[in-house]
Design a protein around this ligand. Sequence first.
Ligand SMILES: Cc1cc2nc3c(=O)[nH]c(=O)nc-3n(C[C@H](O)[C@H](O)[C@H](O)COP(=O)(O)OP(=O)(O)OC[C@H]3O[C@@H](n4cnc5c(N)ncnc54)[C@H](O)[C@@H]3O)c2cc1C
Ligand code: SF4
Length: 536
Amino acid sequence: MSSPSTRSGAGPPPAADRRPGPSRRGAGAPVTHLAFQAGSRFDRPVEVEADYVVVGTGAGGAAAAVVLARGGASVAMVEAGPWRDPADYPASMWGTLRDMMDGWGVNLAIGRALWPIVQARLVGGTTVINSAIAIRTPGEVVREWRDDHGFPDSDALAAAIWRHQDAIEAELHVSPTPRASAGRSNDLAARAGAALDLNDHAMHRAIRDCAGSGACMQGCKHDRKRSTNVTWVPEALAAGATLLSCAPVARVELRGRRAVGVRGAFVHPTDQRRGKRFVVRARKAVVIAASATHSPALLHRSGIRSRALGRHFRAHPGVGVFGVYDTPVDMNSGATQGWSSTALRATKGLKLETLAIPLELVASRLGGAGSQLIGRLGDYRHLAMWAVAVRAEAVGRVVTTPTGKPVVFYDIGRRDMERLRDGAHVIAQMHAAAGARAILPGVFGLPYSLAPDELGKLAAGPTDPRAWTAIMTHLFGGCVMGADPRRAVCDPRGRVHGYDGLVVADASALPTTLGVNPQHTIMALARVRAEELLAA
Ligand SMILES: Cc1cc2nc3c(=O)[nH]c(=O)nc-3n(C[C@H](O)[C@H](O)[C@H](O)COP(=O)(O)OP(=O)(O)OC[C@H]3O[C@@H](n4cnc5c(N)ncnc54)[C@H](O)[C@@H]3O)c2cc1C
Ligand code: SF4
């Protein structure tokens, strides 16, 4: 296979990232990582050429890139956000929102309620800020893809996904959360799970030797989490790939109906200054993996014609419920998400999990102001947060604004809300079973604090989504796969209907929700896509 060639308009690039990434691949060979480069729109653009151009380096993009690079292909990874080493991750949640999140973590799904959509924007994508939970793709989901979306050979696809999940589990050290690093919040949840017969288990996560700092959402400063910025992206670079960071792709370049590359301009990671333009040419294919919101917007900006583009957006909205305990829980001392129950997955589409969040987010979730908030925060060390996410039936839409930005419209219905409320009630019952003295439901219209014998109020609580502080972290669709081009952007192999050399390999391609945490499926499917490209 041919090697990538790079050509910069004016001498060596001054990297503005805090770190330019790993500096060597083998003895003496420089790694090709082009970060922000100052320039004007009149300068000659930075030009790169490779067999495959992969847009985005999160769960889908990095998985596809590393398999392509291992297969001997030349690969250029183009990532909107900057490179950050674990030692450089910000110390505060404020810094995390500023430096690592897409849109400061406050992009909103617009509907009856305004719920935040959380995604990351840096090398490694959302794998940097997630909890590294790795749950295998349920067989019934792939059968749904066959029955409802025309996937031709679902058994072979499921087998390929699981084969890659075997490999991913070995490569990324997926293992159950060890007792030693679980911490008290997870221990209490395990006690409640046993008491309520919740078929619970220690969470399986892609983490090596978790230090139990309860801070996964801020990136693992201990470098224990196997996010793609510390695993597959460096491996792809070592295998000869090129990385452009701080490089949001503006559009896919088309020659007729064939994708031949991407273009955009570097953006400074802190002051957002626009830098030099770049053009990355693809000799064989462009792989889109910019996330469930950004991939549809990118295809829109590129003039891709598909009736289904931006449609079929789905999610697992989640809510957290605090328990207040007599003795300190210290939820940020222990695994961020070390416990899970699947007892209600088949019957209600609910997933129960522990979740440690930082003090700043606790403050925003407790509500109140001034001395009232200070008083509430006095309980901080005694709080445990456990969460429920629902496999929602609601279907939304990603619309691209005239300036090219994605906006999500998403309205959740009553049936989904009833299930979410049921899940929150189960979480509250768990807190009661674990010995909490009070439960803080966080639902408008209910008391701030409920005694364990008052949980019926939560069970009968409001189903208006505006009353709930939910969050959307598991996103699906926007460029969905399916056999029918009127209903799907891509065919069941991720190839954009009606175009050549254009493949989608991220959450946006998933035609349904999964009912389980998505990264394992996204990674495995992206690797399947890469194998198919190599074999083509
Ligand atoms: C707080 C949180 C916790 C989570 N915990 C878990 C968990 O424990 N387990 C799990 O399975 N899932 C978890 N998830 C969800 C999971 O991380 C995502 O489903 C997954 O990362 C999505 O993969 P992706 O490749 O579609 O997008 P991402 O991983 O978000 O990657 C997309 C990448 O594309 C880049 N990009 C965007 N636009 C452009 C552009 N125009 N040009 C170039 N690059 C671009 C972005 O910067 C980003 O790096 C969590 C999510 C959040 C927010
Ligand atoms: S809990 Fe802490 S040590 Fe463990 S992976 Fe998350 S951030 Fe790293």
